[in-house]
Write a protein that binds this ligand. Sequence first.
Ligand SMILES: *[C@@H]1O[C@H](CO)[C@@H](O)[C@H](O)[C@H]1NC(C)=O
Ligand SMILES: *[C@@H]1O[C@H](CO)[C@@H](O)[C@H](O)[C@H]1NC(C)=O
Ligand SMILES: *[C@@H]1O[C@H](CO)[C@@H](O)[C@H](O)[C@H]1NC(C)=O
Length: 971
Amino acid sequence: MIPHVDGRKDEQEEDHIPFAIDSPKNVKWYDLILLNRPLRIVVVVLIVAIVLPVLMYRYIFFPTLELAPTDGLSMGSCVVARDARLPCGKESVPLEECHPQCCYDHSNNLCYHRYPARFSYLLREEWAERVNMTPRSLSLPYGSSSSIRNIRLSINEVSASHLTLTFHHSVDIIGRRIHEKNYNYEVMRPELNIIVSSDQGVIFNTARGPLIASENIWELTFKLTDDTLYGLGEIPLEPGTVKVIYNHKGGISSIPLIFAKLNGSYHGLLIDTMAPTEVIVRRDNQLVLRSLTDFGLKLHLFVGPEPADIMRDVMKTIKVKKNLEYWMLGAHICREAVHDDPLEDLKTFLRTASFQEIPFDSHCGSLPIVFDTQCNSDMVNMVNKGAHLVKSGGKKYIPQISPYIKYMPPPSADIDDDDNPTESTNPKQPKTTTMVEDRCFDDEKFDQYIIRDPDSLYPYKGKANGYDVIYPGFSRGSDDFMNAIWNFNTDFDGIILENSWPLDEHEKDFEGMEDYLPYFSGSLEDAFHLVPQWNATRPVRALGRAPGDAVFPGQTYFKTHNDYGNRFSSAFRVIKGSVPTYSSSTWMNGEVIINRQGVPTSWTHLRKELVEASLGGISGQWYWSSPICGDTDDFDKSYQTRLCAKWYMAATYMPMIRIHSKIHERDPLGFVGIDRKHMIKALNRRLSLLPYFYTTLQEGPLLRPMFFQYPSVEELTDLTTQFAVGNDLLIVPNLQPMQTHVHVRMPPGTWYEFWSGLEIFGGVGEAVTMTTTEADFFSLVRGGSIIVMQKESHLTAEMTRLNSRYSLLVALDCDITLTTPSDDEKLTTDSLTSTDDDNTSEDKEITSTTTREEGAAEKGNGQTDDGDSSSQSEEQTVKTCEATGKLFMTDKMSIIIKATARTVTITASGKDFSVFCDSSDAIWAKTVNEIIVFGLDDEKNNYDESRVVKVTIDLCDLMVKDELTYRFLAN
Ligand SMILES: *[C@@H]1O[C@H](CO)[C@@H](O)[C@H](O)[C@H]1NC(C)=O
Ligand SMILES: *[C@@H]1O[C@H](CO)[C@@H](O)[C@H](O)[C@H]1NC(C)=O
Ligand SMILES: *[C@@H]1O[C@H](CO)[C@@H](O)[C@H](O)[C@H]1NC(C)=O
């Protein structure tokens, strides 16, 4: 065929395709594709790559033949990237158990939600507080559960930076609206989807994932960020993590707060559900909440943008109470009796500890307190005497109390189960037959306060430390009961509520839990293990009920389990109103101090304690007590002594510390030689730093993760190898046996090695390798800060505070700027240390700028470039140094310290001089006896890296002078 060049080509010539090139105007789009060979291939490839898999997914991955939904809503697709798949009910199940409306991945046997999820709720009209939402599907992927028909979403605008989302089915939850806020939200309909955004972008998005509401299971999925998450005891919170919010030995102690990083800013999410809740972090950062609740789900969102902003909002939410007393920063020691005579043990300990100069502030007395149904007057006596011994030894008495009651069946019940009482008796207790007069527990009267068996006929019996126990419910209005079980006539300075999850070591069987609960998983099982059986019941007291009447079965125990520790601590206020309360188990409670308990002794757990304490602190729980060297029975002195010594060093920087011994002694007296020396030294170092800790804790947490302190330094945010201690210290612990090096990732600013003054050079985020030894704990101090220390340690924190003279550690931050000298300033060639000798108002050092590198070979260099110096001598470098620090004494008195390269200036802020000047009322020392300066030029140092001067500054002079100036460099 001859090619035409014919403009009049029409449709019928379409089979002459090759020649259509000549008349591009007539070419249809499909012609273009078919004509073009490469394009043809592309199309085929596309079909093979996309359409076929889609069809395959359709027909292979759908468990049932797909019919378009009759409700005219999204059909949902099973083509979901593997990482983005959300578990539909139980994830790893055979095909038969996967709900027909879910998708199934045959190759991995996984059941997952469609996208958008089928199990969701629908809004028939615009969202408002009172608008009901209806389930899209009544049947659910949780056994025979079915959806609750009407639920609501309440959005409460708490403040400009804090809002809550509550999914519920009650009628009286109504959120409020405010005008000025840093967020906005959109509730999409008809298929519910919620998007909350703030300045940094979208901070919360349900992303059309599932929302399931049914009896005992509510599920919600959402995404906070594509970037990093932190929280729930993890830095960072890695995809694949599953956490359970259900207080138990070994669980998380901080509130369930998650920090999310997004585009350089941070926002926070606090999970506020009292019911047991599983939090699953999926691979693409979607969070799945599964809560065994009937009430619903409540989430707090904090917009940040800094972690510190989130912390402040959270602290308001959990109502943090500030009640730090100085002695609380000292060590607390408790030895559970292992010998027959705890009182004698205590005497020996107190004597030896004082002789060996082991500093500690509080002690638990002769033995931890456990309530008892028997009178056990020996025990009561011992506790009272122990308390007396502790106090006369000059220490605070802080009893450790468990919530349960050691149980012996009442005498009448003896006949039935003859062998039981002996079996269950604590071996240490003499085996006596139960006499009526031995019993100090009015069974009939107190019946109504005790948690009951699932069938609610009898009190629920658990096991703790080898004996049978029963659990008071600690409901409101149990004052009489509390007064009756507290038989001790001793005063105390604080209390540690231990085992307050509460502990129950009774064997439990979780077979067939699916018959009772729609959802149960391995991680929930772990959490349910060492606490009272989930289906025990809370007693309901019928007011005015006669003794002996039936006790009405109340709520199933597990729903309020998380609140148990809170109820215990508020019930305890009956006995003594306001003393510092430490508790092993709290829930959204800013009033009590966290008492970490159940910490195994291992290197892993030492690091974990630092992570947990730092996360706890920035979640608003600044008062956080951690056991040194763990507190479980798994400690083996024969090979873990070094670990223990290192733990003491780490404990120098923990907010609060506890030393707990049971079978194995963990206090320094339990060790010998160099290890004991290291431990005592670490305790003394802690004492010397307490003024700084106390000051820091007035305004913020002590131990802080890097992402909190340096939120915008990308290289630092995910680190758990170093922590900030307040604003001015940084610790880089070597937490591996025999570790000889640490890598410091440099934060912004100037940093000095804390104990030597060596300046560490490195760009921000750069790793600098430093050598360290086993006996060391690498720490840095920030240039620009002044740390007030008290190095002369005494036997308690309070005595040290009063009697030890102050050392001021001045870490200078120096700026070198170029200026043109004024006429009257004459420069000599080697003028590094020159000029203005006697003018104290400006402490500047002026150097001629013949561009020298870091002041090396100062004097020599000055003369080398004689030729150039005339042109440059008009410019000088001026080195300006400064540092500031503060010592908080009381609300009415702080000491402010400022320093330059030559002087230290001290002023008082406040009028209450009696706290350090009044000889009878003083609680603080009044003399400064040492100034240590880091950051001076080498020739001004009288030590390798620092200048140390002995001084005598009487702070009481501030009563008559506005400021005290001390010049530590003559010129
Ligand atoms: C990140 O922040 C910048 C401005 O700070 C903004 O322009 C950008 O859109 C943000 N990116 C995202 C993903 O939100
Ligand atoms: C309580 O739960 C256990 C399983 O943990 C079960 O064996 C028992 O039958 C339940 N009791 C009642 C009364 O439901
Ligand atoms: C220090 O400088 C100020 C003004 O700059 C001046 O008034 C004062 O007299 C100087 N002091 C001495 C001791 O030279």
